[in-house]
Each structure stands twice: as C-alpha cells, then as structure tokens.
Write a protein that binds this ligand. Structure first.
Ligand code: GLU
Length: 454
C-alpha cells in the first residue's frame, strides 16, 4: 500500500512557519516512505477562502521545495459530502437539531452551574415529526449532529467509550466519547464544518497517514467513529506539537506573523526556514541541513516533543547565516547576478563567511566596485600615509596583504589590532568583514591608494 499523506490548509490567509510544520512533516514522511503527497485546499468556507491565498500557498510550498503529487479542492467535492451525509442520515446517525446558538449557550451554562459537563443532551434525537414540522414552520432550519457511539443501544444512556489509536508522535492515545457532544457536521445554513469533508476526502483519496497539529487530537476521537460509520478504515494519525514564539504566543495567519512570503522577501534561505519549522520542539538539534532529502533522512516523528515548540524568530537568521556560509556558488549564482554582484565564484568564496543572508554580498561588492565612506581616525593618519607609500608594486594577489602588512609593521612598529584595524577601516569602511588577504585583490590597487591619505 502506498503511503499517502496530505497537507490540508484552508486558503483563508498566507501560511506562516507554524503552518509549514505539518506541510513539511507530511512531505518528509512521504519522502522517507516513498509515498504520495496531496495538497488539499480545505476551502468549504466559501466566504473566507480566496483563490489568491491558494496561489500564495502553492508558491510558498514551491519555494520550500515541496512539489505535491496531487492537488485537490474541497469546493469541487460537495456532491461526495452530500452523499456521505445522506448515508449517515439513512443509518439514523445524523439527526436534525433546532436549537439556536443562544439556547445552546444557556443549556451549557445551566449544566456548568449544576457541575455537569456541558455535553449536548441529544434533545434533537427525541423530536417527533410533528415537533420538527413545527420548528420548520417557524422558519427554523436544522443543523445536523452525528450520534457518537458512546452507548449500548440507548443513546440517552451514555457510557464511557474510549476511542484509542497509536499516535505516530504521542504513542497510545484515547478520547472518551462520553465526554463529548455529538459533533455538528452540517450547519443550519447547509454548509459543512471541517469534520465530514475531511473524513470523506481522506477516505476517497486513500490517505493512509494523517499528520497534523495536536489541536486536532479531540477531532480525531470524533473522526475515527465517523470513518467507521461510513465503512472506511481510519488512517494512522500523528499529532505534533505547535510552534509558538518565546512568550508562548501562537502564530496566526491573520496577524501575518512570520508568513513564509515575508521570510522569503527578507532574503532568508528556504532551508533555514524548513530546518527551524521541522526541528524546533524535537529532540534533534536545530541545525543546518543542505536540502530536504538530507532532512528527510534524519527525520523521525518520534523525536517530536510532547510540550510546545517555542522558538525565537532570531533563530532563523542565526541558522540562515550558518547555511549561507556553506552555500556553493552554483546555489547563489543567479541571485548574485540579480543583485549586480559580478565577482564570480572567487568573490563569493571570499565574502560568504561574512554574510548572514545572500544579499549581504551586495554590500561587499559595493566596497570593491564603488565608493565607500572609509573611516580614518586622526591618530592613524600618519600611519596610513606610510602604509600607502609601502603598498607593494605589481598585481594585487592573495600574498599582497601579508607582504604589505609586514612591511608596514617593520616601518611603523605597530602590530596586532593597531596595525590591521586602521587599514581595514580605511579600505572597507567596516571594522569587520571578509579576510583582508582574500578581499584585497578585489579592492585592487587603485581603490586602496585612493582610500589612504597621501
Ligand atoms: N484545514 C485543517 C486545518 O488547517 C486541516 C486539519 C487536518 O489536517 O485535518 O487545521
């Protein structure tokens, strides 16, 4: 059986690094198992779903390196959901309820006041045809609930009923169906809540493994009996912890926080975003991997921790720097060209160790190819004049810096920081940066002489 997973975002906003976590967990799982990855847009909420968001999700996934084998849209599949709902109704497992939200809230408050769990009392199941007709005559439209199998034949005598599964992340899990209200599958306006379409799709699309956030654990307890009621075999489930910022705040699509698009526009590498999204909150160190294949090889859902996955957005920049330091020229050639950096492979090798982001190379290219605000302190002026007069003849090579600074050292008696720092600041305008031995040939003779006082 082919392992089949899906990533099922609602296209109601741009995805952020927290949404990328299940996308990558599923993708890496599929890679590891030689399986199939479905991108499914959960767009049953036609009001809030937008085509532009679906496109932005596809673009973000492509940037990360996720290429879905299949793309599906729930809005194309209403006929299947209607058929499933019909099947449940015929089996007496989906029943109409006429309470308004206010009435339901009052019942819940009453139950809480009496110290009872605020579980729906299945009043809808007791309605006679006449009572239903009376509600309809009042203009009320029913919403529809699924009867959870938490009884032995009499739905008003519920009993503890554990639904258990062996979670890929959390191990043995169980949810007591007697502690839950019968889930509403269809709203009064006829629209579907997430639960039923998701089950119908997972069953129809042959999804074998559902890997999603731990905010869906209770849903899983509800969904397993619905799979069974529809005659489908429930998939294997895995629920991972959720990414939060350091103050414990969850990420939200609406806040636009750490959207994949904004990270891309900030010039971060897709792999640093991926490594942080996947490795945070696991027993694995958050460290660089060169590509998703390497990450997949090391990836193991059992290393995901049970507690929340807190991270500091600054970690992405730190990891990005580590990744950039090792990026080969071929990986950045096009981007350097677009930035106007034309120093070729040797230039990239010289500056990459000082780049947090690839675009930082442009700043070093400006130093070698344009004008700079060189810094000269008054007390260094005479020293720099002597240095200028000692600049070696001939081509500037990787040996020039060593030969030049030895000559300057003998002439002026300066050494260490006092020798090197004024030269670096005058020639680059910076107090730190690429190794001067390698950088000087790019700065060249003329720039060097022009930047030193005569
Ligand atoms: N659209 C759902 C969500 O984004 C999918 C959850 C699932 O994977 O089943 O939460």
């Amino acid at each position: 059986m082919t392992v089949t997973v899906r990533f099922a975002p609602s296209p109601t906003g741009h995805i952020h690094i927290g949404n990328l976590r299940p996308a990558l967990f599923n993708w890496l799982y599929a890679k590891k198992e030689n399986g199939k990855f479905i991108l499914r847009y959960d767009d049953t909420d036609v009001e809030r779903s937008r085509e532009e968001y679906a496109q932005s999700i596809a673009q973000d996934l492509a940037w990360i390196g996720i290429q879905p084998d299949v793309v599906e849209k729930q809005s194309d599949r209403f006929a299947s959901y209607d058929a499933a709902a019909e099947k449940l109704k015929e089996a007496g497992l989906l029943y109409p309820c006429y309470e308004t939200p206010d009435e339901l809230e009052r019942r819940r408050s009453r139950a809480r006041a009496l110290g009872r769990p605020p579980v729906y009392d299945r009043a809808g199941l007791k309605l006679t045809d006449e009572e239903k007709a009376a509600f309809e005559a009042e203009g009320r439209k029913p919403h529809w609930r699924f009867v959870l199998p938490n009884h032995d034949g009499d739905p008003f005598q519920t009993k503890r009923t554990e639904v258990t599964w062996n979670d890929l992340v959390r191990g043995e899990q169980s949810v007591d169906l007697a502690s839950l209200s019968d889930p509403v599958l269809i709203r009064a306006d006829g629209t579907y809540l997430y639960t039923l379409p998701s089950i119908v799709d997972d069953a129809d699309m042959g999804v074998t493994h559902v890997i999603r956030g731990e905010d869906h654990v209770a849903n899983t307890g509800v969904q397993i009996p619905i799979f069974k009621a529809l005659g489908a075999i429930p998939p294997v489930f895995g629920h991972h912890n959720l990414l939060t910022t350091h103050d414990g705040e969850g990420l939200s699509k609406r806040k636009g926080s750490l959207s994949i698009g904004s990270l891309r526009e900030d010039g971060l590498e897709a792999m640093s975003v991926s490594c942080v999204a996947v490795l945070t909150g696991t027993s694995h160190a958050v460290e660089p991997f060169s590509d998703l294949h390497a990450l997949a090889a090391d990836f193991d859902l059992t290393s995901v921790s049970r507690s929340s996955a807190k991270f500091d957005p600054a970690e992405i920049v730190g990891l990005n720097a580590r990744i950039v330091h090792d990026l080969p020229f071929e990986a950045v050639q096009d981007r350097l060209e677009a930035l106007g950096v034309s120093g070729g492979e040797a230039f990239w090798q010289t500056v990459r160790g000082n780049c947090e982001k690839v675009q930082d190379a442009a700043q070093y290219w400006q130093i070698v190819s344009g004008s700079i605000d060189g810094e000269i302190d008054d007390e260094d002026r005479d020293f720099l004049k002597s240095a200028r007069s000692l600049f070696p003849e001939g081509d500037v090579t990787v040996d020039t810096w060593g030969a030049w600074t030895s000559a300057v050292k003998s002439e002026t008696g300066r050494k260490g920081r006092g020798l090197f720092m004024p030269l670096r600041k005058a020639l680059t305008g910076l107090s730190h940066g690429p190794d001067m031995k390698d950088f000087l040939p790019f700065i060249g003779r003329q720039n060097s002489l022009d930047r030193l006082p005569e």
